[in-house]
Write a protein that binds this ligand. Structure first.
Ligand SMILES: [Zn+2]
Length: 256
């Protein structure tokens, strides 16, 4: 199988691949954040990397090492900053990190870059990093950047299948059925199904208070139940997401 991971290539091989085919370079973006007692802290980077690798295999792309730290965990979508292990960046630092690496990829001759975000809180800081990098480079630099959250490729059909009792929404899908099922598919050795908590979905008001009301967050850190997670659901989710992402980069970068 052709190698897709940039960190496993020599610079000579990397340059050959960039020069030969103008490949899409995928940059996974994650976090180091609690994901309940049954999933590891690195879920967001592990999943965005796994999805990016599969899309890269289907499109002749390259996957750069993930940005593995993310913006601060928010109670209503990630449980919040009060959990041990959750280790986050100030927003400006994440933007500058993204800005720096995007500028470096442009220097290598990369013309198609896809940021695959696996941590919702990163969104606007990654967008800022893209904007600043393109401003540094000049908008006629030839680099185009696609940015997405991988779960946006989930179709209504697959969400109905995964959550037959009703989909709780992506904000409450933290350490819940989608992430747990995808981890059972991509990294089963890192999942502890026996530790999936019995908590019901968190019930947040439609606003945030600062300092955060940590008592509203389930003690487990899981925002809606992961009990329905299975490897089979993860396999189907992965296929829908990876094929959707592969199609999207083809259409975005090489329109017919
Ligand atoms: Zn996550």
């Amino acid at each position: 199988m052709t190698e897709v991971r940039m960190e496993r290539m020599s610079w000579v091989e990397y340059r050959r691949r960039i020069d030969a085919a103008e490949p899409v370079v995928f940059l996974p973006c994650g976090s180091l954040e609690q994901h309940g007692p049954h999933l590891p802290l690195g879920v967001d980077a592990l999943l965005s990397t796994a999805v990016a690798c599969e899309a890269a295999r289907r499109t002749g792309g390259i996957v750069a090492p993930a940005l593995s730290y993310g913006y601060k965990s928010q109670p209503r979508c990630g449980g919040g900053q009060h959990f041990p292990g959750t280790t986050s960046l100030d927003g400006d630092h994440l933007s500058q990190l993204a800005r720096d690496v995007i500028r470096e990829f442009a220097r290598h001759g990369v013309r198609k870059l896809a940021l695959i975000d696996g941590h919702y809180e990163n969104q606007w800081f990654l967008i800022e990093g893209i904007d600043l990098a393109l401003r540094d480079l000049g908008h006629d630099c030839g680099l185009r950047v696609l940015r997405t959250e991988y779960w946006d490729f989930c179709t209504e059909d697959v969400l109905r299948e995964v959550s037959p009792d009703g989909f709780p929404g992506f904000a409450l899908e933290h350490a819940a059925v989608i992430e747990t099922s995808l981890m059972l598919h991509f990294h089963p050795e890192l999942v502890r199904p026996d530790l999936i908590p019995d908590d019901d979905a968190a019930n947040f008001p439609p606003y945030d208070l600062y300092p955060p009301e940590t008592e509203r967050v389930p003690a487990s850190g899981v925002l809606s139940s992961a009990r329905g997670a299975t490897a089979a659901k993860g396999e189907h989710l992965a296929e829908v997401v990876c094929s959707g992402l592969a199609d999207a980069v083809r259409v975005a970068f090489d329109p017919p």
